[in-house]
Design a protein around this ligand. Structure first.
Ligand code: ADP
Length: 229
């Protein structure tokens, strides 16, 4: 629990650090960029121009990374209210419909009758579903089955997202929620998807668990508190 708390705090801190860094690093970066461009205009010597061009492109690269971090940090304040998760699931599946059928993935949903509403932020729950469904799609490059289910569970609502994809070995399972952990090839994954999901679920006083078996598939189980209002 202690380690879990520290991890959640680290993710929250990342936001504060990113905003601070954007300013502290962004300002000098702009000065460097300005000076390099100024010098480039004043010289015709090719090796010098090449060196300056490298400075400019590397500064631009740092700025790009900074902006990505900022986008992650600037999540708007949450609005918890009574939310029908079934509706959120159906809305999001519609967005993915084409992609899913194109990838030969069939979808099965199972919703318990009169499933209670949860106390949650609609946009954040969409984010959770998007991240989990995206990962499931990536895990089933040759097609498969995606199952989503909602069931009441001891004063909470249980949401499961299961795929029949390539699954994960134990050492990967242990790290899936770690910031920047990814097994995807360079440039394809950020390793922040599940960190964000876990952060959101914990902000909602919920829990998230993962079960996975190589070559068989993966199931994420999320429990969220019922809305009491
Ligand atoms: P990213 O998708 O950018 O890699 P995530 O935090 O969403 O970052 O996921 C981290 C890693 O967890 C992935 O790179 C992958 O190895 C593993 N993973 C996540 N979801 C699944 C899944 N449904 N099936 C198999 N592996 C998964």
């Amino acid at each position: 629990l202690q380690a879990q708390l520290r991890r959640t705090e680290r993710v929250a801190e990342l936001g504060t650090v990113a905003s601070g860094m954007a300013h502290e690093i962004g300002t000098p970066m702009n000065v460097i960029l300005g000076r390099a461009e100024y010098l480039m205009e004043r010289t015709k010597e090719e090796p010098v121009r090449k060196g300056l061009q490298t400075i400019v492109s590397q500064v631009e690269r740092i700025t790009r990374v900074m902006n990505q971090l900022l986008a992650f940090a600037r999540r708007r304040p949450v609005e918890h209210r009574a939310l029908d998760l079934r509706q959120t699931i159906e809305d999001n599946l519609e967005i993915f419909q084409e992609r899913l059928s194109h990838s030969n993935i069939s979808v099965e949903t199972s919703f318990a009758d009169a499933c209670p509403l949860v106390h949650a932020d609609a946009d954040q729950m969409s984010q959770v579903l998007i991240n989990l469904v995206m990962n499931a799609i990536h895990a089933m490059p040759g097609g498969g089955l995606l199952k989503l289910a909602l069931t009441p569970d001891r004063g909470m609502v249980r949401l499961t997202v299961a795929d029949t994809g390539h699954g994960m070995p134990r050492d990967v399972i242990a790290k899936v929620f770690d910031p920047f952990f990814t097994t995807k090839e360079f440039g394809k994954g950020t390793g922040l998807g599940l960190t964000v999901v876990k952060g959101i679920i914990e902000e909602h006083s919920g829990t998230i668990e993962v079960e996975s078996e190589p070559e068989r598939g993966t199931t994420f189980t999320i429990c969220l508190p019922i809305d009491k209002s």
